[in-house]
Design a protein around this ligand. Sequence first.
Ligand code: ATP
Length: 318
Amino acid sequence: MNAVEIKSLTKRYGENCALRDFTLNIEGGRVYGLIGPNGAGKTTAMSIIATLLAPDGGTVLVGGHDVVKEPTAVRRLIGYMPDFFGVYDGLKATEYLEFYAAAYRIPAGQRPGLVRDLLELVNLRDKADCYVDLLSRGMKQRLALARCLVHDPAVLILDEPASGLDPRARAEMKEVIRQLRRMNKTVLISSHILPELAEMCDNIAILEQGRLVASGSVEEVTAARQGAKILKVEVAERLPELISFLQGQAQVLSVDGDAGWARVSFTGNKSAQGKLLQEIMARGWPVLEFAEIKGNLEDAFMAVTGEVKTASKILMQR
Ligand SMILES: Nc1ncnc2c1ncn2[C@@H]1O[C@H](COP(=O)(O)OP(=O)(O)OP(=O)(O)O)[C@@H](O)[C@H]1O
C-alpha cells in the first residue's frame, strides 16, 4: 500500500513554478530519497506533504488523507524535520523531548520512558541532561529527529537531515535512518549527498526544475540511464578546447569538465564510442584515458539532470 500518493502536484511562487505536475507514489515501510540540485523543489514538495504549504494544483494523500482537506489527520501520521530549525535555549535534551511529548498529549506517566527510548534510538542517552543549545550540530539534528518521533508517526519527512554534518555525524544519522527502516517507518529524505542516499534508500526520485525526471529503485534508475553512458575522457592538455569540441558532437548530451577531465554523457553504442575516440586522436589531443564509467547513483543523477538541461536548451533553440 502507498503511504504517500503525490499526484500532479503544482506550486508557483509568483512567476516561478517550483513544482510542475509532480507525481510520485511512496510505498509504506520504505526509504525514499528525493534528490535534486538547489532550487529543484524538494523543500516545497516536503512542506506541502507536511501540510505547511498549500499547493496550487494536484493532490497529496498521506495514509489516504488529503493534506489540504484533512491536515489534522495527516499531522498525526507524519513527523517532519525541516531543513532549518531551532532548539530552545535553557532546556535539557530530556526536557526538550518531554515538552514535545506534552504538546502531543502523551500521558504524563508515559513520558519519561518514551523520552529515554527516543534518546536511546538517536544515540543521545549520555546527553540526556545536557542543554540542547550546547549540543554539537550533529547531536542537535539527531535530537530534532527524535522530536519528530514523539507521537510515533508512520511517515517521516526529513529535509536534508545530514546537511552540514561532518562524516562521523553523517554516519550516525545514517545509522538512525537504517534503524527507522527496521521499525517499518516510511521515510522520505532529501539530500545532495548522493552516494550516501544510495546506501540508505530503497528508492530514489530525482527532481529537476520542479519536474520528476526519474524514479524507481537505485538499480532501476541507474539501468534506465544506460542509454546515456558516462565517458571519462582525460587528456594531457587543451581540456577546455576538448570540452567545446565534445559539446558539438552528435550523441553527446552534456559535458562537464570540473574534475580535471571531461565527463561526457553519451548516447552512442560501442562503435560510436570508438569513432569518437578516433576523432579526438585525429585532432591531436594526447589522450590519457578514454573509458566508460560504471553507472552509480551519482552518474545517474548527472546523466538525468544533464539530459534535462540539454532538453531545455533544445527547446529554447526552437
Ligand atoms: N517562499 C518562497 N518564495 C518565492 N520563491 C520560493 C520560495 N520558496 C522557494 N522558492 C523558489 O522555488 C524553487 C524551489 O525551491 P525549493 O526550496 O523547494 O528547492 P530545493 O530543491 O529544496 O532547494 P535546496 O536544495 O536549495 O534547498 C526555487 O526556485 C526557489 O527559489
